[in-house]
Design a protein around this ligand. Structure first.
Ligand code: 4AD
Ligand code: MG
Length: 463
């Protein structure tokens, strides 16, 4: 029982004994009326299953039973009995019913099943459905598993800033943060004099906590950050969100090989945790969303993660009989059709693609001896494509400075980052895992908007 004397339904269904008196509170999923009693199905979000409640004439508050409509909030006191019916171990024989909040007929979740598109329009209510309730419980449990994985291994959790003065990826896909209105100070919004703005310089929402977490890595050795990141890329795909959560570990005295080993054990840990901890919720996704989900998860856990260099990957793609919309050419980024071919058709499981052309990767990645590639890796998984992007970082001051200059960035903007390469620099590596992509992989849900509570994408900012 909790402080209010109520028992979560999950505890009642799993462990409470028949004969115990309990007090539950939740929302009515359905009501079926017979002549002298009614059945209520109550859900409190503590688990997927509902509690069946029998409310008979002798129950206090029975006169209000018609107000216990689908969607209404109720509180019930009663005695658990062994259920004579099928489908549940116990049910509740109510002795008192209280309507906490009624729910009129225009409640949009009257039916059992609704399309994802419709539910996206009612993001404030969709977590009351079985599917989204299950999804957001999984999201919560996997967040816990992320922390558990790192904390058990001695990593320190660093809260990297949300508002930043640096563009980590150098890709310029950033949202500006300003307190200026359009023409304040006589200057047009977008002018390059920021003296009148809040920070006196350009400020943006972060695209990645990496540069900040790297500085802590070179002090605490094993660190990670897990927080929201923001990208203004105008790609309206099912795998891109404008606001998403990223997990970014960073390890000192480590190279790309160590980075891939860490990434593999991390992904395995999360999927193993999911299968044991979220069994009931997970089964819903295999049953109603993606029939191949259970097999796919099992295969991933049984398979070795394959490894292939970018150069070999291009050769595999170029020599395959598959027709791609975009020709695979060395020096170009992999398209999602290429990623999917490699992981689904060729390797039939997760694959690390490493050593990428330096021209298409970020400035901070460590240059390889061939002068053409950098020590970068992407982890590709079936159905999703890129789940992780990471690299060994350029720890050599002069190489880093040369790259910053070659790309036309201002070295002065990166003074603190460059400093860490002057004062006790050490090889280090890290990666970023997109949490929503992981959830898509874990549940078979195919649109990123359906795995985050309130999705943000171009032209979409409701709630
Ligand atoms: O490959 P990315 O851009 O790498 C970085 O940001 C590095 N700074 C990470 C690091 O080394 N610490 O992004 C990492 C991952 C991608 O593999 C993808 O899973 C996810 O973040 N991601 C997105 N997820 C949803 N919506 C978007 N717009 C995403 N962009 C990247
Ligand atoms: Mg990437």
């Amino acid at each position: 029982m909790n402080k209010l004397g109520r028992t979560p339904i999950v505890d009642l269904l799993r462990s409470a004994l028949a004969g115990s008196s309990v007090n539950v509170a939740g929302w009515v999923r359905t009501r079926r009326d017979a002549r002298e009693f009614s059945f209520l199905e109550i859900n409190d979000g503590s688990c997927l299953a509902n509690l069946q409640v029998v409310v008979a004439e002798h129950c206090a508050g029975y006169e209000h039973i018609r107000e216990a409509s689908t969607g209404s909030a109720v509180e019930i006191v009663g005695v658990l009995i062994e259920s004579p019916g099928k489908g549940q171990r116990v049910e509740l024989q109510a002795s008192a019913l209280r309507i906490v909040g009624g729910c009129p007929e225009d409640y949009p979740l009257q039916k059992k099943r609704h399309s994802d598109e419709f539910l996206r329009e009612i993001g404030h209510l969709r977590s009351r459905t079985n599917k989204y309730g299950a999804l957001f419980r999984i999201r919560s449990r996997l967040s816990f598993a992320v922390h558990e994985f790192f904390q058990r291994r001695g990593f320190h959790y660093i809260h990297t800033p949300i508002i930043t003065g640096a563009d980590c990826e150098g890709a310029g896909e950033m949202f500006r943060v300003t307190t200026l209105s359009g023409t304040e100070g006589g200057r047009q919004f977008g002018a390059d004099d920021f003296s009148g703005d809040f920070f006196g310089k350009p400020a943006h929402l972060t695209v990645s906590g990496q540069l900040a977490v790297e500085t802590f890595c070179l002090a605490l050795s094993k660190v990670y950050t897990f927080g929201p990141t923001f990208r203004s890329e105008n790609s309206n795909t099912s795998r891109h969100a404008s606001e998403f959560w990223m997990i970014e570990p960073e390890i000192a005295f480590a190279d790309l090989e160590d980075d891939m080993l860490l990434a593999e054990s991390f992904v395995r840990h999360l999927l193993e945790f999911l299968q044991t901890d979220c069994r009931e919720d997970l089964a819903l996704f295999t049953q109603f969303v993606d029939p191949e989900l259970a097999d796919r998860l099992r295969n991933v856990l049984e398979a070795e993660f394959a490894r292939v260099s970018y150069t070999e990957a291009i050769e595999i793609l170029a020599s395959s009989r598959h027709t791609f919309e975009f020709e695979p050419i060395w020096g170009r980024d992999l398209q999602s059709e290429h990623e999917r071919y490699l992981t689904e058709q060729h390797f039939k499981g997760p694959v690390f693609v490493y050593d990428w052309p330096k021209e298409i990767k970020a400035f901070y990645m460590r240059q390889n001896a061939d002068g053409k590639t950098v020590a970068a890796m992407d982890l590709l998984v079936p159905k999703i494509g890129e789940l992780i992007g990471g690299s060994q970082r350029e720890e050599r001051h002069d190489y880093l400075l040369e790259r910053i200059n070659a790309l036309g960035f201002k070295a002065a903007d990166y003074w603190w980052y460059l400093d860490t390469r002057r004062f006790g620099s050490a090889p280090h590596a890290g990666f970023g895992l997109g949490f929503e992509r992981l959830l898509m992989f874990a549940t078979g849900i195919s649109n990123i908007r359906d795995v985050i509570p309130f999705p943000r994408s171009p032209r979409n900012l409701e709630f």
